[in-house]
Design a protein around this ligand. Structure first.
Ligand SMILES: [Zn+2]
Ligand SMILES: [Zn+2]
Length: 864
């Protein structure tokens, strides 16, 4: 308990936040495996260690931290793990850039070591930002996917699914980036609009339209629509491909669009997904014209060795010279590109590893999960339903989990390691036994590595304690928080993997957050220079202001536009709350907190009822992960109800002392305690600082408020009291009076007897009388008002005499002006609108002013 002299006048967010971060202990946030409390395990997203914990991450982690802190206060044994999804292309590319090498210039091991070193450095940078933002992460449950302890589990999961037949290898067309020299999954293909040329050329007498002339060497058929009159005669014929001279069949297929191009389509292996479908359906030849580096292969004849773009130019030139090129048109098309480097992808057929997709099982599992917001589930289901190919999990890269498989050098049999020997790198390690089929000790290790989603899609198995067999003790997790941009990757793959490995859905709930947009409403990007870093916000306003922005910015699932005004508003709210705390500390003493007198005065009971309603609202909002709703309720209560209404009303009573003071102190002590606790998940440093000043202990060790106070008459009468006082303060203000100026006697007529404990009188500096009878108001004409713009022109010099004559009229005539009037002895007409009576009220013969507040009459007899 501090006295208010010790509490600084201004709240210095950075000083306070850094001080508490130095005091809080990591151990307080550890999940306790021996605890009997109900558990709440969060399958948090392992970020990619770029070294930059960006504002989108910050929003995501704010949500997670609000939930973790709230659930701890609700008595749960919470696990808020922190993973790092290390493997993958971006780090390899960064290393290649940094050292000016390509992955093949140094031994695999050395390249991996470079990647690991960079990753560890980046993780350290991101950890620092996370700590500065005050996230209550359970650092005892940290995992790093590139570490042997983790990728051992990735390898076990691979072997399990391989043995169950859910993983297989096959030569199959896959999306391939020839820049990155690796296969990529469908989810990693980014579509971009592009203008290209549609080339019409002569293929053995038939006009063909193609955007990919460089694939002519890979042409394996020509397709036409069966009812296209132009091509009826082609049925059963073979056509000779120019320059390459191989013959290809003509296929009739209803999916050909006769209206596109010439209506005759060249099928190549492979120009696009449709080619793959036809290739499979008609059992066509496979002609590989482009290799893994994007160069033309031997079957391209004189074009062999050229990059495909050069081949395109050359082949078009040759067509022109040979008189085969008929015409060219511009064409807008959407082209699939590599998510990482934006190179247009090729569809290449290579031996790859695949995970089988069981569509129905995944959709069943997804339906057993509660999706928040609900409509996000449709995104997953649509994705699953349109998937035609299995998931390609092999990559031709280095910094990744090795595929733990050897092949016998003699008989080709696949040789698998024992699970207890994992992790292994089959390129460096040898099998522990000779080939079981032929006894040869000669073997070849698989050089392909795993897609990094194979690591991260077992995050939930890892945190729930999976050891490779059975269902883990802590499975399933309670919650998966993640962005909507990775529903078709991380969410999808995780569900697929837990269905395959433990035959269950991975979590009870999935909470999907939106993206953070720049102040200009666009996605943050370097090229738009609209990037805001969390560090920039924290430096100026502190972490709690950023956290409040995260809570209040939008409802869960919606994208949030960043806005400095929200940060400033958050900081202002802290200033307001700080002033409230300082005020309260002037008044309440330890005794008030330890042994509170019951709150007995009307305003005090009213405050506690409003507080109780706020606790209900905030609790229900937190339960539904509606942080914007929770923060709004807290702010409205603190700012409007507590500061503007209640404290203004009871200030006088607090200074007066006695039982009235004790009642107010009790209400304030309860209110501040509960407000701090409700703020603790969202603004943990601020709530901690306030709570220490008020209670001398940590708010983060307190339970979530369980407070219920119901008093119907206190709500009804208190609303009335607050409304009247506000109205009379407005009256003073409009009358140009100081708010503390004496107001005289205020009589409030209300049928129900109300005891306000003198609060209204003190708040208004007036003698306030509450009366239950109806007011006996007498309306009198107290003065007459003349409209000189009417009187002047009508009477000129006689104006004064006219006005005197009017003033001399009986009251009845003032209320209902006569048509004529005698002025200076002559009768004159009274012009329309010349005067009006000013009415006033009297009660028992004394003049009063009358206000009506919600149908209720208040009279004011101003002091002289
Ligand atoms: Zn690429
Ligand atoms: Zn063998």
């Amino acid at each position: 308990m501090s006295s208010s002299n010790q509490i600084p006048k201004h709240y210095n967010a950075n000083e306070v936040e850094e001080r508490w971060q130095g005091v809080w202990r990591d151990e307080d946030n550890y999940f306790d495996p021996r605890s009997k409390k109900p558990r709440f395990i969060i399958d948090t997203p392992p970020p990619y260690p770029t070294g930059n914990f960006h504002i989108g991450n910050a929003l995501n982690w704010c949500y997670i931290d609000f939930i973790a802190r709230y659930k701890r206060m609700r008595g749960f044994n919470v696990m808020f793990p922190e993973g790092w999804d290390c493997h993958g292309l971006p780090t390899e590319v960064k290393v290649e850039e940094t050292y000016g090498i390509t992955k093949n210039d140094v031994p695999r091991d050395e390249f991996r070591a470079m990647c690991r070193e960079l990753t560890l450095k980046n993780i350290e940078l991101m950890r620092a930002t996370m700590r500065r933002l005050g996230f209550s992460i359970d650092w005892s449950n940290e995992y790093i996917t590139m570490m042997p302890d983790y990728y051992r589990k990735t390898q076990i999961s691979f072997l399990r699914m391989l043995k169950d037949g859910d993983i297989y290898q096959s030569e199959h067309p896959v999306n391939f980036c020839t820049r990155c020299e690796t296969a990529i999954a469908f989810a990693e293909v980014a579509y971009a609009p592009r203008e290209t040329t549609l080339n019409y050329f002569d293929l053995d007498g038939i006009e063909i339209a193609t955007t990919r002339p460089e694939l002519l060497a890979a042409c394996v058929a020509v397709a036409v629509h069966p009812e296209d009159e132009r091509y009826r005669a082609l049925k059963g014929r073979k056509l000779k491909v120019p320059f390459f001279d191989h013959e290809v069949p003509v296929i009739q297929d209803r999916t050909v669009d006769p209206a596109f191009g010439s209506g005759a389509v060249m099928i190549c292996t492979f120009g696009d997904k449709q080619d793959v479908l036809w290739w499979k359906q008609y059992g066509l030849d496979l002609r590989k014209a482009i290799d893994l580096q994007g160069r033309m292969t031997g079957i391209a004849g004189r074009y062999a060795g050229m990059p495909s773009t050069e081949c395109r130019r050359e082949i078009l030139k040759d067509m022109e010279e040979a008189g085969l090129l008929i015409r060219q048109e511009k064409l807008e098309q959407r082209v699939g590109t590599c998510w990482r480097c934006k190179t247009p992808i090729e569809i290449l057929s290579e031996r790859q590893w695949f995970v089988r997709i069981h569509h129905d099982d995944i959709i069943d599992a997804a339906r057993r999960i509660r999706w928040i917001p609900d409509h996000m589930r449709a995104r997953l289901e649509n994705w699953v339903e349109q998937m035609e190919w299995d998931w390609c999990i092999s990559r031709q890269r280095i910094f990744a989990t090795p595929i733990p498989v050897w092949f016998c050098g003699q008989c080709g049999r696949m040789i698998l390691p024992a699970e207890e020997d994992l992790p292994i790198d089959p390129v460096l390690d040898r099998p522990s036994a000779p080939c079981p089929d032929c006894g040869s000790t000669d073997c070849v290790g698989e050089e392909d590595v795993l897609d990094t989603w194979m690591d991260s899609s077992i995050s939930v198995l890892n945190v729930t304690g999976w050891d490779g067999s059975g269902v883990p003790a802590l499975f399933p997790a309670q919650l998966r928080p993640q962005g909507h941009d990775i529903i078709r990757t991380w969410a999808f793959y995780t569900i697929l993997r837990t269905v395959a490995l433990v035959d269950s859905h991975p979590w009870d709930e999935i909470l999907v957050n939106g993206m953070v947009l720049g102040e200009d409403g666009f996605k943050m990007s370097k090229s738009r220079s609209n990037i805001i870093s969390p560090e920039e916000i924290v430096e100026q306003y502190g972490a709690d202001a950023l956290r409040q922005w995260g809570a209040g910015g939008a409802s869960i699932g919606s994208d949030i536009m960043f806005n400095w005004n929200d940060i400033v508003a958050a900081s202002r709210f802290q200033t307001k709350m700080w002033n409230i705390v300082r005020f309260v500390l002037q008044h309440i003493k330890h005794a008030d907190l330890d042994d509170p007198a019951p709150a007995s005065a009307l305003a005090d009971r009213w405050l506690l009822t409003r507080l109780s309603e706020t606790v209900d609202e905030v609790t229900s909002a937190m339960e539904g992960y509606q942080f914007d709703r929770a923060l709004k309720a807290i702010r409205e209560f603190a700012w409007n109800v507590l500061a503007d209404d209640y404290i203004e009303l009871v200030k006088g009573r607090l200074y007066e002392g006695g039982a009235g003071r004790a009642s107010a102190c009790s209400a304030l002590a309860t209110t501040m305690d509960i407000l701090c606790r409700m703020l603790a998940p969202i603004a943990p440093h601020f709530a901690e600082e306030c709570y220490h000043h008020l209670q001398g202990s940590s708010v983060h060790l307190q339970a979530w408020p369980d407070f219920s106070f119901s008093d119907d008459s206190a709500i009804r009468q208190g609303d009335l009291l607050v409304g009247i006082v506000a109205e009379l303060r407005r009256y003073k203000h409009d009358a140009g009076m100081a708010l503390n100026a004496p107001l005289g006697t205020v009589t409030i007529y209300h049928a129900e007897a109300i005891d306000d404990a003198g609060d209204a009188g003190r708040a208004l500096n007036a003698a306030v009388v509450w009366r239950t009878e109806a007011p006996q108001l007498e309306q009198v004409v107290s003065d007459t008002e003349f409209d000189m713009s009417v009187v002047g022109p009508a009477f000129r010099k006689q104006a004064r005499a006219f006005m005197d004559a009017v003033r001399a009229l009986p009251e009845e005539d003032l209320r209902n002006p006569p048509e004529k009037l005698v002025v200076d002895g002559e009768e004159v007409a009274v012009p329309e609108g010349a005067f009006a009576p000013r009415l006033s009220y009297r009660v028992a013969g004394r003049e009063v002013e009358v206000l009506t507040v919600d149908d209720l009459v208040v009279t004011i007899e101003r002091s002289a």
